[in-house]
Design a binder for this molecule. Structure first.
Ligand code: NAD
Ligand code: ZN
Length: 367
């Protein structure tokens, strides 16, 4: 039986996250149980080739009319043009108000298909079938959907909660090592945010997670439980949901500086450097023991992730360039920045009013 995490949102919007090996082959019955005539799959071409037929056949065997809309893989598909094509594709498949959109793929597909579902006929229900580790532990849970504007990432979007999340952990067997590691940075992040016991568990069990043992399902479930708890308390990120951005203030700046689709740095690699920086910065401010910051970077490095600015392929510019890239992301008030910092592993907090000059001096030392 799959592991189940229940997300108790109010207003009849509660849903289950199911986690287990091989779930995609039985997706049909679980999706059909939601009640619909049609369930149309939105995916990317890579995932379509690997899992598209399996899911479509399962949906059809359960009596659902189905179809597949496959976009090009990659961040560039979170665009106005692809959003329009997916929306029109869903209409051409005669998706009605009571039907379902099935987002089969990584975070790009989840964000794009979720947003198309949010706006199609003023909102149709959707199911997340995440196939990357990042999507299984992060993007498929929480209801944030959207696309990019030429003016910035994720600027066009909607909150639209899925009706069901099906995380088939066997699908991760075909991920590249690089994508697996990148997703792992987000896994470790949950321990660092608020669960020191889970971080210690990661230090002991990460190899089993990578190898596809029962540790993988367990880790995905723990992460989903942690994210769901935060989302239920702060669905629209008015407060504590911001903790999920631990490591992302620095990480997003590095992604911006290297270019999102350049392949120089994938999101999770930026996050790994960002997590290491957030802990070293916390230690420098005297908030966190230096030894804890060392433990964070050591573990991420052991799992094959970068932890220092010098490891950004092609370089990342000077401290001023990084600060400018961060300012685009964060609310800068009178030269002060908001960071997620930590008093130790599992003890993160929102720290507003961090002095720009302080960050600058830290980055100068790091570079
Ligand atoms: P992705 O969706 O681009 O997937 C990465 C690559 O892996 C793609 O080339 C894809 O085709 C391939 N792939 C997917 N599943 C595979 C499988 N099982 N086997 C082999 N290859 C597979 O990237 P991602 O890292 O999953 O997601 C990143 C996106 O998620 C970003 O756009 C980011 O903004 C978004 N995101 C959203 C949220 C949210 O809360 N909505 C949170 C975090 C990230
Ligand atoms: Zn992230």
């Amino acid at each position: 039986a799959p592991l189940t995490v229940h997300v108790p949102l109010d207003g009849g919007r509660d849903y289950d996250i199911l986690i287990g090996r091989g779930l995609l082959a039985s997706a049909g019955a679980r999706v059909a149980a939601l009640g619909a005539r049609a369930a149309v799959i939105v995916t990317d071409e890579t995932v379509a080739a690997l899992y598209g037929d399996r899911v479509r056949e399962s949906l059809e065997a359960a009596g659902l009319r189905s179809g597949v809309i496959a976009v090009a893989p990659g961040e560039a598909s979170k665009s106005y043009a692809t959003y329009a094509a997916v929306s029109d594709g869903l209409l051409a498949h005669r998706v009605e108000r009571n039907d379902l959109v099935v987002a089969l793929g990584g975070g790009v597909v989840g964000d794009l298909a979720g947003f198309a579902a949010a706006t199609l006929r003023r909102g149709v229900r959707f199911v997340q079938a995440p196939t990357t580790l990042l999507a299984q532990v992060d993007s498929s849970v929480g209801g944030k959907t959207g696309i990019n504007s030429p003016l910035g990432k994720n600027l066009i979007g909607a909150f639209h909660q899925p009706r069901l999340v099906l995380a088939d952990t066997a699908a991760l067997d075909t991920l590249t090592q690089r994508e697996m590691r990148a997703g792992y940075a987000e896994v470790a992040k949950y321990g660092l945010i608020g669960d020191a016991g889970f971080f210690a568990w990661c230090e002991a069990n990460w190899r089993g997670l990578f190898a596809g043992g029962p540790e993988r399902d367990e880790a995905v479930a723990i992460c989903c439980r942690a994210k769901a708890a935060v989302v239920v308390r702060d669905e629209r990120e008015d407060g504590e949901r911001a903790l999920l951005n631990l490591g992302h203030t620095f990480g997003h700046a590095l992604e911006r500086l290297t270019g999102y689709d350049s392949g120089r740095l994938v999101h999770g690699e930026g996050v790994a450097i960002g997590l290491s920086l957030a802990f070293r910065f916390s230690a420098r401010l005297g908030l966190c023991p230096g030894q804890e910051a060392g433990r964070v970077a050591n573990h991420l490095a052991l799992a094959g992730l970068p932890t220092r600015l010098q490891q950004v392929p092609g370089g990342c510019g000077d401290a001023e360039a990084i600060l400018d890239a961060m300012a685009q992301d964060k609310k800068v008030r009178d030269g002060a920045l908001t960071f997620i910092l930590a008093r130790g592993i599992g003890k993160s907090f929102i720290a507003p009013g961090i002095d720009r000059a302080e960050v600058r001096a830290f980055l100068d030392d790091e570079l």
